[in-house]
Design a protein around this ligand. Structure first.
Ligand code: PMP
Length: 306
């Protein structure tokens, strides 16, 4: 994974020369909030999907963690993302902005520290494997519980929350699955390690309620697209066994996009392939990120050519 140019605190730098000092507090205490965003080859050229929403979530992540002042506004960071993609010359790429505790705060008091900001980009293809879109993937319910909001704030996309995802994902992959489904502290379905989850029942979409999950931007997009198709979408508590008996189950995320779960805990879901509603939403999502749907034009920020 390489980013030819990385934007650091307002300046584009040669990526090979950007080094993070060993004594960067973010590395020691996990105080770094980030986003995962994608740029797609859209109808009128490379375009970043829902960039403003991602930047607003990034700043909210920082607010949730207690940062009171940041060196850049959402508008400046939006411009910086465009500039970084353009400089790197990608038509399609993944974009990673990071606000991190760059100096100070060693006494665990954020107010003694200094926030710094970086943006890197790289090419990244099928996150859950090349056949995931077609065939769906296999998941299990993790032995690890998702964070409780009063332990580690689930609304912040903060680096320090991600060992929870890494534990679960590593365990699942070692067991031979592709992804882990995580339950919340009440034992209800929360989300996956880097995706939100939906189930299809009698033509309706069900998804866990907002309170304890990271409210994914892909989740929001899929909910809008499903309602556009006339589908009912309900956010409600979902139990593990409701997954087993669903007509279809799928996950959503910027990296994964829309991927069906064909098997959960050794139970075949639906017909054991990507189900028809998942397929329709997948196609609508792929069309929307490329600006092919009337509503999706406003979701794109085009990157001017060099
Ligand atoms: N849940 C978690 C824990 C995540 O890390 C992600 C990826 N950002 C998601 C859900 C999906 O969010 P989005 O659709 O905004 O990528």
């Amino acid at each position: 994974m390489q980013s030819k140019y990385i934007w650091i605190n307002g300046k584009l730098m040669n990526g090979a020369e950007v080094q993070m000092p060993f004594l960067t507090p973010a590395v020691h205490y996990g105080m770094a909030v980030f986003e995962g965003i994608r740029c797609y080859r859209a109808v009128n050229g490379p375009a970043i999907f829902r960039l403003r929403e991602h930047m607003e979530r990034l700043l909210k992540s920082a607010t949730v963690m207690g940062w009171r002042e940041l060196p850049f506004t959402a508008g400046q960071l939006i411009e910086a993302c465009v500039e970084t993609v353009r400089a790197n010359g990608h038509e399609e790429c993944y974009i990673r902005p990071l606000i991190y505790l760059g100096a100070g705060g060693w006494n665990l008091n954020l107010d003694g520290g200094q926030a710094q900001v970086g943006i890197a980009v790289w090419q990244w293809n099928a996150y859950l494997g090349p056949e995931a879109t077609e065939n769906g993937v296999r998941a299990n319910v993790s032995s690890y519980t998702r964070h409780h909001p009063n332990v580690s704030l689930t609304k912040s996309k903060v680096a320090g929350n991600y060992p929870n995802s890494v534990l679960a994902k590593t365990e699942s992959v070692r067991l031979g699955f592709d992804e882990a489904i995580m339950l919340d502290t009440q034992g209800m379905v929360a989300e996956c390690t880097g995706e939100n989850i939906f189930l299809v029942r009698d033509g309706k979409l069900l998804t866990p309620p907002d309170a304890q999950i990271l409210e994914g931007i892909t989740r929001d997009t899929v909910m809008i697209l499903a309602r556009d198709m006339g589908m009912e979408v309900i956010a409600q508590p979902i139990s593990r066994d409701q997954l087993y008996t669903a007509d279809e189950v799928f996950v959503t995320g910027t990296a994964a996009e829309v991927v069906g779960l064909r098997e959960i805990d050794f139970r075949t879901i639906g017909n054991g392939r990507t189900g028809p509603i998942t397929r329709k939403l997948q196609q609508a999502y792929h069309a929307s990120v490329r600006g092919e749907l009337p509503r999706s034009a406003k979701w794109l920020t085009y990157v001017p050519s060099k």
